[in-house]
Every structure is written in structure tokens, then in C-alpha cells.
Design a protein around this ligand. Structure first.
Ligand code: FE
Ligand code: CA
Length: 529
């Protein structure tokens, strides 16, 4: 049954529940939505906020999830399909509605709604809201992308991720929302799967968590739903969603630490792990503003996809988890073993690699971005002879990493930036087939954005990093505080501003710009801006 059939099916059940006449059309007439306006919620049903995502030149997805009692089993909703009305306007006051409709929030999807709004104008702001019964959501801002090939002066976007709820407040998201970016790229670790803990062992010693996850480690669909609810109740995160459309990808913690394909880090029987994975994948879809083309099927969901900003910027979002072979060296960190040179190793898999290269070689944009999860620089992590790498990064997969970089070099793909997360630190550097034996010019450059909260307050630079930086000449910058990045892209330069907070364990952390690094068009290698 297709996604659309599912909604049609829910529609018939909805009408049964509320005694309406049979209607076979997919879109629900507003009248029947109004008939449902009698529904009364004891508490506010839009407590998880609103979001928009995956913008195109003619529209975007708008998202919400009804949850009047977010932490209870059944989250306070009747176990029946419920109609939600939506409106899109061309100004924040919502006076001039340019698109509207009604949609079913199905119990199968945790009463989430994903509306794919179309027919809008390119490269402009829109505002949206939802209504259920007599209740109205907050208003969010979305923005369409420019038309393909359009001459664009500037795109300004934010990069974020790694937002462990326990280890810090989301002040960075409040500040990010104030930037009013054209879009947000979230590289993943949107939730963490671990149990609630009062204390943890940070890089700087024992720390007390500022807030705690509910319950134990999460396994079931109900567990994952409640974890998303706990994160999404944070109003700083809600502000960042309401401020701009997001392009989100997952990393590991949306499912389980360091998972790849049907393997978790504990060598659980893949049949067992896949049951957990299926629940996690469904919950991810339910809670993200994704298009129906990313609708989950069993354990899989389409994460890799493309977007464009006119002539200026092409965005290739990768999935480095679903098609990857297990980490080498039993995943020990830092790693050095024969498995680093495993010829059959894969990070993104053959189909995605072909899709990526087709996109890069066919690109007509000034700037090309690979927006993904784990570090692509082959950073030597201990600076001792022989070298040690992070086995969960591209450096743990030397054969597919070198193959991809050589293809990019040989295809003469220029002005290529890799945007990454996962490290809970900021890094800026250049990409070579081998960082230790650099070619005349870098093939591409990489900006790794630190975490929103994971890792707690952090320090400007970890004690071992001066030594590591000296041993890795392709690495130009490192910082270990929390925050986000702003990428300011013009035809002349791609400038990344690393924004850091002095603390995330207090609500009043102060934001500052720690560094600005740029790639100038046609000049390989990043420079300080
Ligand atoms: Fe993380
Ligand atoms: Ca991660």
C-alpha cells in the first residue's frame, strides 16, 4: 500500500469515527475538518512545537505532532485518526492565507502530520500554523529555495546537531533562531538513546547533568516517541524549528551509538537489532519535517537526497550509517589495525557513491556541499608514530575514502565543502587522499561543527589538541566549546563562522564568534576570514 493509500484509508476510518459520508479524495475538504472542530483537548495539543523542512522552489514540508500529554503512554490522544487544519501565509501576521488544507494525524504515526505544501513562489519567506479542534499551534517561518539556475547573491545557513539533552541547555538554538538563517542543516544526534543519568564522566572530569532523560535506554516505539517528546518540549529547540526550514539527517544516536546497517555496537543479533531499528526509524520520521519520499519502510528510510539554491549552492545530504560496513579494529578508539585497509569496506555504499558522483559531476552551481555526519579528514588522533584514527569516521575506511576523494579530484569537482558533525568539537581543515602525504592542492575542505550541548561546557581547546594539530598539517583550526556554525555563501567565498557559548550548564551562556574560516571561489584550501 502506498503512502497516499494509507492516508486515504485513514480518511475513511476518520469519517467512520465521526459519522461523516464516505469520501474517496485524498485531500480532506475543509468542511469535514470543521466538523471535527468540536474536539476538545484537556491540555494544549501542540506542546511539541512546529517545524518545516526539505524546502524546494515551490514549497516545503510543514510538521507538527499532537501530544496533549507528551510523556504518557498514548501521549493524551484518542487512538483514532484526528484531523488537523493547516494554513500558509505570506506574512507573519497570517492575514493573507496563500495555501490551506486539512490533513489526518494518524495514530499509526504518533499523530504527526507532514504536509507537503506546493504551488508557492521561489526564494521567499512564508509563515504557517496548525489548528486542531479549538486549539492553534505557534506560527513558524519557512522559506522556499530559489528557482534552479537563478542568480543568487547570497545564502546564509546554520549547521547544528549533537544535542544531548542531559549535558546542557539549548541556548545555542535560541541564538541560532535569532540569526534568521535561510535554512538549517542538522547533521544528526538529534536525540540520544541512553538512560537517564545524574552524573557522567566528561573529558574534563566528573560532571552533574543539568537535566535527565526519562527512563532507561530506549528500545520500543513508545520509548523513542517519549524521548523525542522530551527533547521537543525544549522551547529553545522549538524556536530553532520555528525560525527556518531544516534539512535533517540522522547520525548514530537516533538509533544506537555507532550503529551501522544492521549492526549495533554490542554485536546484538541483527534480527533483534532490526526490531529496535524499525521502531527508531519510524519515530525519526514521525518527529522530523520529512517528505513522503522519506516514508519509512521496515528498517529503512531515504536520508540521502539533494537540494539546490539557484546557481550558487548545491547540497548533497549523505547517509553514512545505513549502508556502512562495521567499524574496523572492533571499533576501539583510537584505532590502528589491518582492518583500516579492508578492500570491501564501505561508508556510503556503491549506489549512494554513484548518486553522489553523478550529482557532483553534473553540478552547475558555484559551490558544492556534501552535508554529512562523520569526519572525512584522516586525522591522526594520538600523534604517535604510525598514526591512530577514529574508527567511526571516514578515516577508519581508507579504501572507500581514498576512492571517493580520487573520483572527486579526477572529475575536477571544484569549490567543494564537506560539512560534518559528530565530533563534539569544531574543526576546519583541508582534504587530501592522505593528510600525511599531501598533494600540491587540497581536493576539498571540511568544516566540522561542534555540538549544541553534548560534552557539556567544554574548553577552548582540549589539552592534547596542540600536539594533534601539529601532527596534522591539513588541520587548520580546532575548538572544543558548544555552539553552531553559520555558513555565509556568496559567489566569491564560502565563509564559516564558528559560534561558541561560554557555558551550556547555565541558561545564560554568552555567545561569541570564535573563528571565521573561508574558502575563496577557485582557490583550493581554507584561509582565515
Ligand atoms: Fe553526538
Ligand atoms: Ca554521532
Amino acid at each position: 500500500m502506498s503512502v497516499l493509500d494509507r492516508y486515504a484509508f485513514s480518511r475513511r476510518r476518520l469519517l467512520t469515527v465521526f459519522g461523516g459520508a464516505a469520501v474517496t479524495a485524498l485531500s480532506i475538504p475543509l468542511e469535514s475538518g470543521k466538523a471535527l472542530a468540536q474536539a476538545v483537548f484537556r491540555t494544549y495539543p501542540f506542546q511539541l512545537g512546529v517545524a518545516s523542512g526539505d524546502p524546494s522552489p515551490d514549497g516545503f514540508v510543514i510538521w507538527t505532532r499532537l501530544a496533549p500529554e507528551p510523556f504518557e503512554i498514548g501521549y493524551g490522544m484518542p487512538m483514532a485518526p484526528v484531523a488537523v487544519e493547516w494554513e500558509v501565509a505570506d506574512a507573519p501576521n497570517m492575514r493573507n492565507i496563500v495555501a490551506k488544507g486539512a490533513m489526518i494525524a494518524p495514530p499509526e504515526l504518533g499523530h504527526s502530520v507532514h504536509v507537503e505544501v506546493g504551488g508557492l513562489q521561489p526564494n521567499r519567506d512564508y509563515w504557517y500554523r496548525f489548528t486542531a479542534g479549538k486549539e492553534r499551534s505557534l506560527i513558524g517561518r519557512a522559506r522556499t529555495t530559489p528557482a534552479p539556475g537563478a542568480a543568487i547573491d547570497r545564502v546564509r545557513f546554520a549547521v547544528s546537531g549533537c544535542q544531548d539533552y542531559q549535558q546542557g541547555y539549548y541556548t545555542a538554538y535560541r541564538r541560532l533562531a535569532e540569526e534568521n538563517p535561510d535554512f538549517v542543516f542538522c547533521y544528526g544526534d538529534y536525540i540520544y538513546e541512553g538512560r537517564g543519568n545524574r552524573v557522567w564522566n566528561s573529558a574534563e572530569g566528573p560532571r552533574e547533568n543539568v537535566r535527565q532523560h526519562f527512563g532507561g535506554e530506549i528500545y520500543s516505539l513508545d520509548d523513542y516517541r517519549r524521548r523525542y517528546a522530551q527533547y521537543k518540549m525544549d522551547t529553545d529547540l522549538q524556536a530553532a524549528h520555528a525560525a527556518a526550514p531544516w534539512f535533517g539527517v540522522w547520525d548514530d544516536h537516533e538509533i544506537d551509538n555507532n550503529w551501522v546497517a544492521d549492526h549495533d555496537q554490542d554485536d546484538t543479533d541483527p534480527r533483534l537489532f532490526n526490531l529496535r531499528r524499525q521502531a527508531a526509524v519510524q519515530a525519526y520520521y514521525e518527529n522530523m519535517p520529512l517528505r513522503a519520499s522519506s516514508f519509512p519502510t521496515g528498517t529503512s528510510l531515504q536520508i540521502y537526497r539533494r537540494a539546490g539554491y539557484g546557481q550558487l549552492l548545491g547540497l548533497n545530504l549523505l547517509d553514512t550509517r545505513q549502508f556502512r560496513t562495521p567499524q574496523p579494529c572492533e571499533g576501539r578508539y583510537p584505532a590502528a589495525c589491518a582492518g583500516l585497509d579492508e578492500p570491501k569496506a564501505e561508508v556510503i555504499g556503491a549506489a549512494q557513491e554513484k548518486w553522489l558522483m553523478d550529482g557532483l559531476t553534473g553540478s552547475k552551481t558555484t559551490w558544492n556541499v556534501i552535508a554529512q555526519q562523520v569526519m572525512m579528514m584522516d586525522l591522526d588522533r594520538d600523534a604517535a608514530p604510525g598514526g591512530q584514527v577514529n574508527p567511526d569516521s571516514w578515516a577508519g575506511y581508507r579504501i572507500p575514502r581514498a576512492r571517493l576523494l580520487k573520483k572527486i579530484r579526477d572529475a575536477r569537482v571544484t569549490n567543494l565543502l564537506v560539512l560534518t558533525g559528530d565530533e563534539h568539537q569544531n574543526f576546519a581543515g583541508d582534504l587530501y587522499v592522505e593528510g600525511a602525504k599531501r598533494e600540491a592542492a587540497p581536493i576539498a575542505s571540511e568544516f566540522v561543527t561542534t555540538s549544541i550541548s553534548s560534552g557539556g561546557d567544554g574548553v577552548d581547546q582540549r589539552p592534547d589538541m596542540a600536539k594533534i594539530q601539529a601532527a596534522n598539517p591539513m588541520l587548520k583550526f580546532n575548538n572544543s566549546q558548544r555552539g553552531y556554525a553559520i555558513c555565509d555563501v556568496t559567489p566569491k567565498a564560502f565563509v564559516t563562522e564558528f559560534k561558541v557559548l561560554d557555558a551550556v550548564t547555565r541558561r545564560d551562556g554568552k555567545l561569541s564568534t570564535r573563528a571565521k574560516w573561508a574558502l575563496e571561489a577557485g582557490k583550493p584550501g581554507i584561509v582565515q576570514a
